[in-house]
Design a binder for this molecule. Structure first.
Ligand SMILES: [Zn+2]
Length: 228
C-alpha cells in the first residue's frame, strides 16, 4: 500500500510519501527476487476459480490517485514491466486532495486528471474507487456510505467506459455494514489498511495490505515483505 511517490518534501511527510529513489530500489528488489505484479481481480480469480498466478505474485496499490503516481511511480514501474492498482477519489479527479487539506491533515497535492487516469488504464493499471470525497465510512450514516460507495463506482465507470470492480476504504474506516454495502454495490473486493497478506480464507471485502512508508530503510522494506 502506497500513497504518494514524490521527491518534494513540501508535498507531505514520509508517512504517506515515498521518494522516487527509494521506490525505484523497492521495485528493483521485487523484480530481482522474482515478484510479478498481478491485479486484485487476478488474486480473486485465483482464490475463487483456481486461476493460475505467477509463483511470487504481488499487488501494488496506491490510494487517493495522486498525480505523482502518474509522474514518478508509473515510469519506474514501466521499466520493470510492473502495473498497479490506483484507488481514486472521484470528486478529486483533476483537482487536489481537498479532503485532507480541509482537515489540515496534509499539504495540497495534485490528483490525476482524466487524461492521466486513462493513460494508466491503457497501460494495464487497474483503477479502483475510493469514495466520492474520502469520508470515514464507518462514521457516516448508512445512506451516506451507500452514496459514496455507489457514486464513485458510477463516476469512474462513466469516465473509463469499463467496470470498476475494486474499492479501498478511506482511512481504513469500515465495519460489517460498510463491507456489505460495498459488496451490494457490485464490487468484487475491497482493501483495508489492516496489515497482512491476502489469503484464500480472507473475506474479499476486508483484504489486508502491507504498508510502505517513506521512512522505511531498504532493510525494513525487505522485513515488511516477509513479516506476514
Ligand atoms: Zn485515501
Amino acid at each position: 500500500m502506497y500513497h504518494k511517490v514524490n521527491p518534494n518534501p513540501r508535498t507531505g511527510g514520509l508517512g504517506l510519501r515515498v521518494p522516487p529513489g527509494k521506490f525505484e530500489w523497492q521495485m528493483k528488489y521485487l523484480k530481482k527476487n522474482g515478484y510479478e505484479t498481478v491485479s486484485l481481480t487476478d488474486v480473486l480469480d485465483h482464490f475463487q476459480r483456481g486461476k493460475k498466478l505467477p509463483n511470487k505474485p504481488i499487488v501494488i496499490t496506491f490510494d487517493d490517485g495522486y498525480k505523482d503516481n502518474h509522474d514518478f511511480a508509473y515510469p519506474i514501474m514501466k521499466k520493470y514491466g510492473y502495473t498497479g492498482t490506483i484507488f481514486v477519489v472521484s470528486k478529486a479527479i483533476g483537482n487536489t486532495n481537498f479532503f485532507d487539506v480541509e482537515k489540515k491533515l496534509q499539504p495540497e497535492n495534485k490528483i490525476m486528471n482524466w487524461h492521466e487516469i486513462k493513460e494508466l488504464d491503457q497501460a494495464g493499471f487497474i483503477i479502483g474507487a475510493h469514495t466520492v470525497d474520502h469520508p470515514h465510512l464507518a462514521k457516516v450514516a448508512p445512506e451516506a456510505a451507500k452514496y459514496q460507495i455507489e457514486e464513485s463506482k458510477r463516476a469512474l465507470e462513466y469516465g473509463l467506459k469499463k467496470p470498476v470492480e475494486v474499492f479501498a476504504y478511506p482511512y481504513g474506516s469500515y465495519n460489517d455494514q460498510v463491507a456489505q454495502l460495498t459488496q451490494q454495490a457490485g464490487y468484487r473486493a475491497a482493501v483495508t489498511t489492516k496489515l497482512g497478506l491476502a489469503k484464500q480464507e480472507s473475506d474479499p471485502f476486508k483484504i489486508h495490505r502491507i504498508r510502505v512508508t517513506g521512512r522505511y530503510s531498504n532493510k525494513r522494506f525487505i522485513e515488511e515483505l516477509h513479516n506476514y
